[in-house]
Design a binder for this molecule. Structure first.
Ligand code: EPU
Length: 426
């Protein structure tokens, strides 16, 4: 297993290019199942998760051409050879579950493993299943698999989600493109990745309006066709590097940054005393902190446009060294504080009480060996390691490789001192 060795204390200065968004790319890749014509995705992030989904799509019969090191991925689902998504592939990554609706829409039936829970919470799929059933799919859960058929075809439905779910909104939207008649999704999630998916689907001939708002309308069409689409930039990656710069100090500009999608985070960084220059037209975000200590601020995670849960761990790392006490509330997932005990190993003072973490800022963190537990938790340890004095070793970084493209290279180009080591955990 690889690990990262970080020598902390260096300021970050320079520019960091933002990669394509993992959580958009995964759903855009799934969209290829809805047409027998080729789909080309550009600005694709080469990550463990996107490579892994490519393998699942190949199992289903999709021809994937995506050479290593390239950011353009060609997908062609001219003919599907299987409608079964096996446990081994779906359990590793929840986004794989979103193949269910598109497979039913395309082939009339599908068998897809339930994704199961994961480290950050139970993460059920009831809202996904309710939406597919409302569209006329006949679903049975047997031996851990959802067995689905829609003999009469799928039909439009009026679906009111009991809470906004990113995955369920995307799954219902993908599926509704080929259902007969109109589908209305209410209390839909409003994350920017949903708009990106709708843009691509509309280029493929779908008729979707309202994506990015809480009511989405999809007028079903008979057939979708091929297209080329650029994956939107990754707001979570961008937010992570913004916080790394704020934690380490210095002057970093993020290029190709989805500034408009980061409003809640930018407001919190400014409240904490970070100088942030946001240029929407140029898509740049400049982050500066020149030695003055950060102020503690409270944060509560919310669905978009609120403060994203995917930046909560990183913000906790930042607040660990702020002046004062910060209360961090996690409202989206029930178990997303696993980074807290690891941050404590670096000297952070954090008390977790249910959905809240009380972070009393300390003047300095000190390096230590720590363990990555999930994707965003692992990058919060990198941020803390950059701010800490001495050496931090982050073990189990396969979590990190699921969602951050060339992390060490991007940070080292700005003056960080991070090395990847292979072999046993420390
Ligand atoms: N939920 C249900 N039932 C469902 C679906 C969701 O109860 O059928 C609950 C979840 O358990 C959770 C809440 O609804 O408590 C929100 O979950 P949501 O469905 O919105 O999340 P998701 O689609 O599973 C995506 C991202 C996550 C990100 C969340 C929230 C992808 C592949 N994943 O997950 O990203 O945290 O939205 O913004 O898009 C990550 O990248 O590290 C990551 C975890």
């Amino acid at each position: 297993m690889d690990r990262l060795n970080i020598i902390g204390g260096a300021e970050l200065n320079g520019r960091i290019p933002v990669s394509g968004a993992k959580n958009s790319a995964l759903k855009l890749m799934v969209a290829c199942l809805l047409t027998d014509e080729p789909i080309t995705l550009t600005n694709m992030p080469s990550l463990a998760d996107t490579r892994f989904l490519a393998q699942l799509l190949e199992t289903l019969g999709v021809e994937v051409y995506w050479p290593k090191g390239e950011s353009t991925c060609h997908l062609n689902a001219a003919e599907l050879k299987s409608t079964i998504a096996p446990y081994e592939q779906v359990r590793k990554m929840r986004a794989s579950f979103n193949v269910l609706g598109p497979l039913i829409a395309r082939s009339g039936h599908a068998t897809v493993s339930l994704p199961g829970g994961c480290a950050i919470g139970a993460r059920p799929v009831d809202l996904h299943l309710q939406a597919l059933e409302a569209m006329g799919a006949d679903l049975k859960v047997e031996q851990g698999y959802v067995k689905a058929a829609a003999i009469q075809g799928l039909k439009g439905a009026h679906i009111v989600f009991s809470m906004p779910s990113v995955g369920a909104t995307e799954h219902a939207m993908l599926t509704a493109t080929l259902a007969s008649g109109e589908t209305i999704l209410e209390n839909a999630a409003r994350e920017p990745e949903i708009e990106d998916l709708a843009d691509c689907l509309n280029k493929m001939g779908a008729k979707i309006t309202g994506a990015g708002t809480s009511t989405i309308r999809v007028q079903g069409v008979e057939k979708l066709h091929g297209t080329t689409h650029a994956v939107m930039p990754d707001r979570i990656e961008a937010g992570t590097y913004a916080m790394a710069a704020a934690a380490a100090g210095g002057d970093v500009t993020l290029d190709g940054c989805p500034v408009e999608a980061l409003g809640a985070m930018i407001a919190k960084l400014r409240e904490a005393g970070v100088t942030v220059d946001a240029d929407e037209a140029a898509q740049t975000l400049r982050i500066r902190r020149n030695g003055t200590r950060l102020k503690a601020v409270n944060v509560s995670t919310q669905p978009h446009p609120g403060f994203p849960t995917d930046l909560q761990a990183q913000f906790m790392a930042l607040m660990s060294v702020a002046d004062g006490t910060s209360i961090i509330r996690e409202t989206i997932f029930e178990n997303r504080f696993m980074h807290a005990p690891e941050l404590q190993r670096l000297g952070a003072n954090i008390l977790v009480r249910g959905q809240e973490a009380v972070v009393k800022g300390v003047p300095h963190l000190t390096g230590a060996p720590v363990m990555a537990t999930d994707l965003r938790a692992s990058v919060s340890l990198v941020i803390a390691g950059l701010a800490a004095e001495g050496e931090t070793v982050v073990n189990r970084i396969y979590h990190l490789d699921r969602g951050f493209e060339r992390l060490e290279a991007k940070l080292n180009a700005c003056g960080a001192n991070i090395k990847r080591l292979s072999g046993e955990d420390e």
